[in-house]
Design a protein around this ligand. Structure first.
Ligand code: 5AD
Ligand code: SF4
Length: 382
């Protein structure tokens, strides 16, 4: 009888791709993918730790697995991704019916860990690798027939003061350009024609590329994008996420030059207040952010613009908040993803007093959400 795997993914696009790459390991070993949790022999939760709320959702799902496991003693339940790294052994201590915890950098061996558990019936916590084994990217599986995400880098070394990512995914590493191009070409052979390049900060990309017949060339993100956009068969190419501090205006020139590059820029601003931006360790000012937007709009007519904002960062006053509100009104993003600050382990900001009350965060969140709703509605009509 065929074994079945069920994977539930929480969080960002990065996790969507990681889930696909983990599923591929199981499909290659004879498993079938199921979307009915009750039918599964292996259940994996690919998790997010960016906000406390994201982890709380996983805890409640994991709690529900207790009964399922009672009815099916061979069932394997695993937590993979950010939460595994953040909490390590604590996951199994709190929920002993969980068999497995695998961090983002240890995912290449997920199938082997499950096999080990099936043979030896013992818990496995694999959370120590500093980087991913390259073999992780070799398998082919994507949910969408025509579209696929491709990682260009892993981790992040920016250390925004509120962000747990550098701790749970490790320091920034750019993947080799040759490996990325190989993966893209393999996907095109598999009938994919739309690619989204993924990195916590794509603009931080830096690698070497072997030009045929020439010496090795050093390339940055704009060069990589140009190389990929030139690959035959790519109808649409996009990328997330960009960081204002590393934006190179050549990027906008390339976006206009190349028809197949999507005119979409996700550029998280996080706050409109210089004081808060500094406390967040973002590396740019409000003025610089406006300059980048001006350049983008000038060079990329009809470009779509999206951002992320955090409300209620420690010490955020009404004046700081109004600066964010003003920035949102002035720029009129097509989309804004607005979050209430939550202190995260390991981060610098967790040592600051989380002094904006829950109610006040909710109020500020509501004001920005309804403003953005109006802007998005208006923009859709034009
Ligand atoms: N609290 C609230 N939002 C956060 N983000 C990252 N860390 C936190 C936190 N501690 C948001 C940022 C980031 C997005 C992915 O999540 O806006 O851009
Ligand atoms: Fe987190 Fe900042 Fe890195 Fe984004 S750029 S993942 S917010 S540390």
């Amino acid at each position: 009888m065929n074994m079945k795997i069920f994977v539930r993914t929480f969080g960002c696009q990065m996790n969507v791709r990681d889930s696909e790459l983990v599923i591929a390991q199981f499909l290659n070993n004879g498993y079938k993918l199921t979307d009915t949790i009750q039918d599964a022999d292996v259940i994996l939760f690919n998790t997010c730790s960016v906000r406390q709320h994201a982890e709380d959702k996983v805890w409640s799902e994991l709690g529900r697995m207790r009964q399922l496991k009672k009815n099916k003693s061979d069932l394997i339940v695993g937590v993979i991704g950010c939460m595994a790294k953040n909490l390590e052994n604590k996951i199994i201590e709190r929920m002993p019916h969980v068999d497995l915890a695998v961090s983002s950098n240890d995912l290449a061996n997920t199938y082997d860990y499950v096999e080990d558990i099936l043979n030896k019936r013992q818990h496995i916590v694999a959370v120590d690798s500093k980087q991913r084994d390259k073999s992780f990217y070799k398998n082919l599986y994507h949910w969408d027939k025509k579209h696929c995400y491709v990682n260009i880098s892993e981790g992040c070394s920016n250390f925004c003061s509120y962000c747990i990512v550098p701790y749970v995914r490790g320091m920034h590493r750019s993947r080799l350009a040759d490996d990325i191009l190989k993966e893209v070409k393999q996907l095109i052979k598999d009938k994919v024609n739309s690619i989204t390049l993924l990195g916590q900060n794509v603009n931080d990309y830096y690698s070497k590329f072997k030009v045929e017949g020439l010496k090795v060339k050093k390339i940055n993100f704009v060069d990589l994008l140009e190389l990929i956009s030139g690959i035959k068969g790519i109808k649409e190419l996009s990328f997330v996420t960009s960081h204002p501090k590393d934006i190179d205006s050549r990027l906008f020139d390339l976006m206009v030059q190349k028809k197949n590059i999507k005119k979409y820029l996700h550029l998280p601003v996080q706050s409109g207040s210089n004081r808060i931006l500094k406390l967040m360790n973002r590396g740019y000012t409000r003025k610089r952010y406006f300059e980048i937007i001006e350049q983008y709009r000038k060079k990329v007519p009809n470009g779509i613009l999206a951002t992320d904002i955090i409300v209620g960062f420690p010490t955020e006053t009404e004046k700081d908040f109004n600066e964010t509100l003003g920035l949102l009104k002035e720029i009129e993003f097509n989309f804004s993803y607005i979050f209430k600050y939550s202190p995260r382990p390991h981060t610098k900001a967790k040592d600051l007093v989380d002094d904006v009350s829950k109610e006040e965060k909710k109020r500020r969140h509501g004001i920005l959400l309804s403003l953005q709703k109006d802007i998005s509605r208006r923009k859709r009509k034009t």
